[in-house]
Ligand binder design. Structure first.
Ligand SMILES: NC(=O)c1ccc[n+]([C@@H]2O[C@H](COP(=O)([O-])OP(=O)(O)OC[C@H]3O[C@@H](n4cnc5c(N)ncnc54)[C@H](O)[C@@H]3O)[C@@H](O)[C@H]2O)c1
Length: 346
């Protein structure tokens, strides 16, 4: 079988430590080139992974030789590339790292760049065994009816911006919500099959344009048409459990996207007070990402949309947009038909 040739925009941490080591180990993939405004990073990475360093302004000329472009530059610099990709080389499929978008209009616009099975986005935690198991259990009605869901993520001072793009809310597209909140919202929507329903209430606090605390409540519409409450907290101002919690008729399930604790199950009102852990296979970060790329390659080969495709994460963006609209912050399109938005304190 022909290998999937990959070009990459961005030679930063996620590419260096995750995508390239994984793709280099996959028999079905070949690394063609890497482009970055920091050409010394691009050259170093290209040398280590035996591919070509490319100046970002010259990528158009290199698109014809690849099957997939991995877009792993920070959110705030992607627009210029989307506009170029709209005009050139429609044959190249896309893998857009998270976060995809801050507004629904922007998300739809990005999805319009290619047919739905040919744009992936990096919500790779969808293929974690814990996420797959919870999704399957909910789908089979194993625990009965789902009545509530919630998550809390973050801890006091638990986010160091250092010299990374996070320090710039335009580059990052926001703060904690875009960086980590999106993974948790995505996992809840993905596992439950729910879609955002109804108003969102709560509070978001910004520090220099960076969201550092969001506490919100909304509703999810489940596949059977019922609505359930969904509360979430994404914060640097409070301690959280760092877990997603799902309340069923008689049991509460909780799990983390960021550790190997499996699924914890507690009986509501049970006398024992025990929590039972459902152990699951462990995957390294490399194995998880490799699995996700494999699933994306399947979508490309079969033409069938699967869980890797951006079109399946529109609900996440819908919630993110609503969260940024909560208080003191308005999402304003930079220009008509623009795909980026900026955060304004009002
Ligand atoms: N899916 C995940 O779990 C996951 C994990 C980590 C990072 N990410 C996402 O991947 C993206 C990159 O993260 P990172 O940790 O590698 O960041 P990073 O800061 O380490 O790297 C970003 C790279 O982009 C380059 N760059 C900046 N502006 C550019 C431009 N205009 N043109 C070309 N190159 C440019 C920088 O020089 C840098 O090398 C972020 O959006 C982040 O949220 C996703």
């Amino acid at each position: 079988m022909k290998k999937v040739a990959i070009g990459c925009l961005g030679a930063g941490q996620v590419v260096r430590e995750q995508h390239f080591p994984v793709l280099a180990a996959m028999p079905g993939a070949s690394l063609a080139w890497v482009a970055d405004v920091d050409m010394s990073s691009a050259r170093l990475l290209a040398r280590a992974f035996k591919c070509l360093p490319v100046e970002p302004r010259e990528i158009d000329g290199h698109l014809h030789g690849i099957d997939v472009l991995l877009i792993a530059v920070p959110y705030g610099v992607r627009l210029q590339y989307y506009e170029r990709l709209r005009k050139v080389s429609a044959d190249v499929s896309l893998f857009v790292e998270k976060p995809v978008a801050r507004t629904v209009a922007e998300h739809i616009s990005i999805c319009g760049l290619r047919p739905p099975h040919r744009i992936a986005c990096g919500y790779s935690r969808r293929v974690l065994p814990v996420v797959e198991a919870v999704k399957q259990m909910i789908g089979e009605g194993f625990w009965g009816r789902l009545n509530e869901c919630s998550f809390g993520i973050g801890a006091v001072g638990g986010y160091s911006v250092g010299d990374k793009y996070y320090a710039d809310p335009v580059m990052a597209g926001g703060g904690l919500m875009m960086e980590i909140g999106v993974h948790c919202i995505d996992a809840v929507l993905f596992c439950t099959g729910g879609t955002p329903a109804g108003d969102i209430t709560g509070q978001m606090i910004l520090d220099n344009g960076i969201d550092i605390h969001t506490k919100a409540e909304t509703q999810l519409r489940l596949a059977d048409g019922t609505n359930v409450p969904f509360a979430f907290e994404v914060t640097l101002l409070e301690e959280t459990e760092g877990r997603i919690e799902l309340v069923f008729d008689r049991h509460v399930l909780s799990f983390s996207l960021f550790d190997d604790s499996g699924i914890l199950v507690r009986k509501i009102g049970g006398k024992s007070g025990y929590t039972v852990a459902v152990a699951l296979p462990r995957l390294t970060g490399y194995q998880m990402l490799g699995r996700f790329w494999m699933r994306y390659f399947e979508a490309l080969e079969t033409g069938v949309v699967n869980e890797t495709c951006s079109v399946t994460s529109l609900g996440v963006t819908q919630m993110v947009q609503a969260a940024y609209e909560l208080v003191g912050c308005r999402v304003v399109p930079l220009a008509e038909n623009s795909m980026v938005s900026e955060c304004q304190v009002v």
